[in-house]
Design a protein around this ligand. Structure first.
Ligand SMILES: Nc1ncnc2c1ncn2[C@@H]1O[C@H](COP(=O)(O)OP(=O)(O)O)[C@@H](O)[C@H]1O
Ligand SMILES: [Mg+2]
Ligand SMILES: [Zn+2]
Length: 252
């Protein structure tokens, strides 16, 4: 149980005095309480619960990635300020693992919750597992609700889009989620490790220590061309710079 607010005694109302008049007004704790409840319901994994733009650090020793990240932080900040932007209500972050995509996506979601919007975090693979087991007679009702909740959530964060294998079922499911949200102008924040040529990613890569090349699996191949094109239509696209995995770097 939280402590009783010292300003309003828990009523949520305070007496405001202004220019000789007095009246009742909402206490700040009402809004703070709502934001706390939104945060509790959003399902953000513990590792990211405090992720914000303030604790997103810029590298000191790499001027070019520092510059790119400064620009990205600015883009994320203006995305949340201007939210909900009519023509592009979503945000898509692409880049290699450990570049801070999930951190930034959660930071954006939390800023929107601070503005009073309801947010919902879902790991892509976990979501597909939940939806699949929702078809199972024996599964609990919470699995059955997973699909509905990602369609209807005010702001959805889909983390690690396109991770793991592809099947027709996966492609159809993700296409229907993205299409529904896009058609209904429902904001979506997504992250992915997969490259996309239109976002400027390199798709052909030199195999280290060899003269041969590898062609990377693209976002379109993993989630299907329809979901991918809908995403680009509804999102501001941010590509993370090439840099070392933050986790590896800080493990040293
Ligand atoms: N620039 C940064 N400043 C502070 N923490 C960071 C930064 N980049 C990544 N992290 C942290 O490193 C870990 C991995 O980052 P994450 O956002 O999960 O990367 P990605 O989603 O791109 O794989 C997380 O705990 C995250 O909070
Ligand atoms: Mg991630
Ligand atoms: Zn109060």
């Amino acid at each position: 149980m939280s402590e009783v607010c010292p300003r309003c005694g828990g009523s949520g109302w305070i007496i405001l005095e202004k220019e000789g008049f007095s009246g009742a007004g909402r206490c700040d704790c009402v809004r703070a309480g709502r934001v706390r409840r939104l945060e509790d319901k959003a399902g953000i994994p513990p590792l990211y619960r405090n992720a914000s733009l303030d604790n997103f650090l810029l590298p000191r020793d790499n001027p070019s990635s520092r510059e790119s990240l400064t620009h990205i932080v600015r883009t994320v900040r203006s995305y949340t300020k201007e939210f909900p932007c009519e023509d592009r209500p979503g945000l898509l972050l692409l880049g290699d693992p450990g570049t801070g995509k999930t951190h930034l996506a959660v930071a954006a979601l939390r800023m929107l919750m601070a503005k009073g919007f309801e947010g919902l975090f879902f790991d892509y693979q976990h979501l597909l597992d939940r939806i699949r087991s929702g078809y199972d007679q024996a599964s609990g009702s919470s699995d059955k609700e997973a699909y509905r909740s990602v369609l209807e959530a005010e702001v959805l964060l889909l983390d690690d889009l396109g991770a793991h294998r592809v099947t027709d079922w996966v492609e159809d499911t993700i296409t229907s989620i993205v299409t529904y949200r896009c058609n209904n102008r429902k904001p979506l924040i997504a992250t992915t490790n997969l490259p996309d040529p239109d976002a400027g990613s390199t798709v052909v890569e030199r195999v280290p220590g060899s003269t041969s090349y590898d062609v990377r699996v693209t976002l379109a191949e993993r989630i299907g061309p329809r979901a991918r094109s809908r995403l680009f239509e509804m999102c501001r696209v941010v590509r993370m710079p090439l840099m070392e995995d933050y986790r590896v770097r800080h493990a040293r």
